[in-house]
Design a binder for this molecule. Structure first.
Ligand SMILES: [Zn+2]
Length: 259
């Protein structure tokens, strides 16, 4: 496929790729686009979900590495790279933290990886870190600067873009969606990848009081083009947008005052 040289997903934790973009990544892989994942942290700060062999932070990091490898296989992802930052353990009341990283160093690592892989599209977290996760915001900022400052020919799309007709606590209110894709044709791959992330099953289900992992699958994945910036209401016109449109993606309508 000559229009997309490759797509890189940059996530803060193992499972972000699946939860936020698994169906889209599976679709791209099935169409022959090389898809790779860069994961910033080792995920040791998350919950173990009652998985016995993940009872310490170190053990959880090892288990989550396996889980991401399993999910990558399920989604048809060609390459997986870890930056290896230590994921800080949650505080009381599930308080979440960013990870200890020098921002300039992180930007350089992300930019180096983008240029190394020669991808034409980077997908990563949204402006608000979806539900406000500081590590997601941190990765969003690093990717935005890496692309803008060191790889300006690369497109940067963020996940969890606001789709007003669908209610979801993960939408980034600051990022109105340019593209929303119904991933139902690729839902089995996404389900298989979610099953791989065993330590996160309790979390997937708990927030919305669901009985099964399958019910926790988001079947609409949405994106906003962050770079190059798009004028207010315009629809982005680039190879990634074209690819998603040909897979059925639509641009949600936003009603503004005066309309
Ligand atoms: Zn995450």
């Amino acid at each position: 496929m000559s229009d997309l040289r490759g797509v890189l997903f940059v996530g803060a934790h193992p499972d972000d790729e699946t939860v936020m973009a698994g169906g889209t990544l599976a679709m791209l892989g099935a169409q022959g686009v090389p898809v790779t994942v860069l994961c910033a942290t080792d995920g040791r700060g998350g919950e173990s979900g009652g998985v016995a062999e993940a009872s310490t932070p170190e053990a959880l990091a090892a288990v989550r590495q396996e889980e991401l490898r399993c999910a990558a296989g399920a989604l048809g992802i060609d390459g997986l790279t870890w930056l290896g930052y230590e994921d800080p353990v949650m505080g009381p009341d599930e308080e979440l933290f960013g990870f200890a990283a020098d921002e300039a160093a992180l930007i350089a690592q992300v930019a180096g990886h983008i240029l190394d892989k020669g991808v034409s599209v980077v997908i990563s977290h949204g402006t608000d870190g979806e539900y406000g996760h500081p590590a997601h915001v941190q990765v969003h900022r690093a990717v935005a600067r890496a692309v803008r400052e060191q790889a300006p020919d690369v497109l940067f799309y963020s996940v969890g873009a606001l789709v007003p007709e669908i209610e979801d606590r993960l939408w980034n209110a600051s990022d109105p969606a340019h593209l929303a894709l119904d991933i139902t044709p690729w839902v089995e791959a996404k389900h298989a990848a979610m099953l791989c992330h065993r330590t996160q099953h309790a979390l997937f289900k708990r927030r919305r009081k669901l009985a099964t992992v399958r019910e926790a699958i988001r079947t609409v994945e949405s994106f906003r083009r962050q770079w190059p910036p798009v004028d207010g209401r315009a629809a982005p016109d680039d190879p990634f947008a074209a690819r998603l449109r040909s897979a059925g993606a639509w641009q949600p309508r936003f009603h503004e005052a005066g309309e």
